[in-house]
Write a protein that binds this ligand. Sequence first.
Ligand SMILES: NC(=O)c1ccc[n+]([C@@H]2O[C@H](COP(=O)([O-])OP(=O)(O)OC[C@H]3O[C@@H](n4cnc5c(N)ncnc54)[C@H](O)[C@@H]3O)[C@@H](O)[C@H]2O)c1
Length: 250
Amino acid sequence: MNAFDGHVALVTGGGQGLGATIARELGAGGAAVVVSDMNLATATTVADEIVAAGGTAIAVKHNTTVVADHEAAVNAAVKEFGKLTLAVNNAGIGDPADFMGSMDLAQWDHMISVNLSGVAYGIRHQIPAMLKSGGGAIVNMSSIMGSVGAVGVPTGYVAAKHGVVGLTKNTALEYAKDGIRVNAVGPAFIKTPLLNNLPDEALPVLAASHPMGRLGEPEEVSALVCFLLSDRASFLTGAYYLVDGGYTAQ
Ligand SMILES: NC(=O)c1ccc[n+]([C@@H]2O[C@H](COP(=O)([O-])OP(=O)(O)OC[C@H]3O[C@@H](n4cnc5c(N)ncnc54)[C@H](O)[C@@H]3O)[C@@H](O)[C@H]2O)c1
């Protein structure tokens, strides 16, 4: 018996990085996975990998800033696999930082749109499907920037990731008696393509900023996400769990 046998999971931003690693782990654990991403080609590659490894998956094109795309992604899960029981609202973006007194407000809107509203729109469509499916579990991707800030990180990113924590807590309260658990995770700096736009010399400095002296691996985040989605986390809801090599303990 695998941990996710009988489950149907939707992973946003599943085409690469953390989302792809989580989608693969859910697939290996027996879930039928809807790998969603605004980049259909990368989502298809991940879905194909899951199927090649003996799992079940489909890919959907899904821009999380577009409300209709959430409806379509949830409908795809229900049409293809009969229900939706697990969701990971993972899609997110970084941007070069600017100070609040001079920032381009279009950047602010973009950060909030993808990193906060995209998660809210997702939950809005996932919950009704989970209620019909008899319950479920949602994990929302925040960041260490959901509890601290840092000069060099866009303020819109920090505000959005704090917002994801509040969104998670309130949704969890609303559905605690309906068999739907909702939690958030807060990774520190993890080795994914998100860090590719940083200059090479920045990576050792970033690594040294973690008490463990290194960046995190995608699998270390996926392990926490999959635990929170599993029945082993049956009394965990409305919480925000850091996976940060000690970063926020400093
Ligand atoms: N890597 C890190 O250090 C780190 C740390 C903390 C939190 N996070 C969060 O983890 C999540 C995943 O980050 P990652 O490092 O895997 O990033 P990544 O850039 O490697 O992958 C992000 C994926 O999301 C997709 N995406 C971006 N915008 C989208 C949209 N509007 N709709 C649908 N898909 C979209 C991209 O196509 C890509 O496949 C993000 O929410 C990010 O903020 C990452």
